[in-house]
Design a protein around this ligand. Structure first.
Ligand code: NAD
Ligand code: ZN
Length: 362
């Protein structure tokens, strides 16, 4: 599968989706980046055993390499971790022909991606996503970055990879909560751009929950195609097309802020957020209630919450305040992505705040 950011085939790259492809990483690198002599494999502590053999394979093809392991979790998406990766690159005497290989979830992908975007003004990047979220979302599209103490993703760059290698076999070890969280983004793709895919998810929900490889491959492929199409149409999030990926996310970011670390995963927050957004669309008469019912049923089938857990204190005023501070808003106006039918969303900047708060509860 080919991704052409901004619709320019010359800057395109391949997504290779195939069981066992992780072990082909060194061969992929020598094929696509024949001048590369140094590569740093970045991963987190949970994935060390998966990533470590890559460095041996790279040395076997004449590429100096090092394994750089960060602690698992969002806190590794920091400037400190970035410094660590620069250090490993310098130790390897990496020059501008070097490559950074990200083996991990979205945290490793964003962090290693930004290291690649910035080291010596930019070196090559290969994404090897290992979480479902990274496979269907963060590894495709070129957004990289780290968090600052004052907020998430405040420093970063667009840096498209030289390739994305997706090995569905590695999902076997992904913890359930992470897997289900990734499914929230999968449901999102159906609602925002592909009603037939949504129907396919409903029909195959059991096999999807069982992580049956026979359904995982087409599932990941369709999500990557949908994301690639958005990136082709709107690489830098300027035309509004890419903003449609934010469906459920303005609500979700507010919930994540209010819930505090660990209480609500991103996917869980997105699930509740999509429920609020669809409810809002129903209340405005934009979609029939049946769309909300189907979305709710599928999210619940995927073991996702459709309401905030009781432990999260989220009074409507606090949710609104948090939503207003979302960095995707323009000139302070709330911008909400709402469905206009199953498979199509639009961005609205004129939703009265009373309607938004009314949609927070059933
Ligand atoms: P993550 O990278 O923290 O991974 C989740 C957990 O799963 C980690 O503990 C990790 O070690 C573990 N894990 C990953 N793959 C595994 C596997 N195969 N087996 C066992 N354990 C495994 O989190 P995530 O949900 O993958 O990514 C979240 C990050 O992605 C956030 O920082 C978010 O901002 C970012 N993101 C970026 C984009 C983008 O376009 N760049 C899009 C969406 C999200
Ligand atoms: Zn998301």
């Amino acid at each position: 599968m080919r991704v052409s950011p901004g619709g320019r085939p010359a800057t395109g790259y391949d997504i290779v989706l195939q069981a066992g492809v992780l072990r082909e990483t060194a061969a992929f690198l020598t094929d696509r980046l024949p001048d590369c002599r140094a590569a740093v494999v970045v991963t987190d502590g949970n994935l060390r055993d998966l990533a470590a053999p890559l460095t041996d394979a790279l040395r076997g093809v004449g590429v100096a390499s090092a394994l750089h392991v960060v602690e698992p979790g969002e806190k590794s998406k920091s400037l400190e971790s970035l410094h660590g990766i620069y250090g490993t690159l310098l130790d390897l005497k990496a020059d501008r022909r070097a490559c950074v290989i990200a083996v991990g979830g979205g945290v490793v992908g964003d962090l290693a991606g930004f290291a690649a975007a910035s080291y010596m003004r930019g070196v090559s990047l290969i994404q090897v996503p290992t979480s479902l979220l990274a496979m269907v979302d963060s590894s495709v599209g070129g957004k990289t970055g780290v968090n600052l103490p004052r907020g998430k993703n405040l420093v970063g760059a667009f840096h498209q990879p030289a390739g994305v290698l997706v090995d569905p076999d590695v999902l076997r070890t992904l913890p359930d909560r992470e897997y289900h969280g990734g499914l929230a983004e999968v449901v999102k793709y159906g609602v925002i751009s592909d009603a037939a895919f949504f129907g396919w998810l409903e029909e195959n929900a059991g096999a999807i929950l069982d992580r049956d490889p026979a359904v995982l491959v087409p599932l990941i492929a369709r999500c990557c195609e949908l994301k690639a199409a958005v990136v082709a149409a709107d690489e830098f999030e300027t035309t509004g097309v890419r903003a449609t990926l934010n469906y459920g996310h303005t609500f979700a970011h507010a919930f994540e802020n209010l819930a505090g670390y660990g209480v609500l995963s991103h996917g869980e927050a997105v699930s509740v957020g999509m429920t609020c957004a669809a409810r809002l669309a129903v209340s405005r008469g934009m979609i029939p209630p049946d769309v909300l019912t189907r979305q709710t049923a599928l999210l619940e089938r995927f073991r996702l919450p459709i309401e905030l857990p009781a432990a999260v204190e989220a009074p409507p005023d606090a949710v609104l305040a948090a939503m207003r501070s979302d960095k995707k808003n323009v000139a302070g106006a709330l911008r909400l992505v709402l469905p206009v039918r199953l498979g199509e969303v639009r961005v609205f900047a004129d939703v009265p705040e009373e309607q938004v708060t009314a949609a927070l509860t059933p």
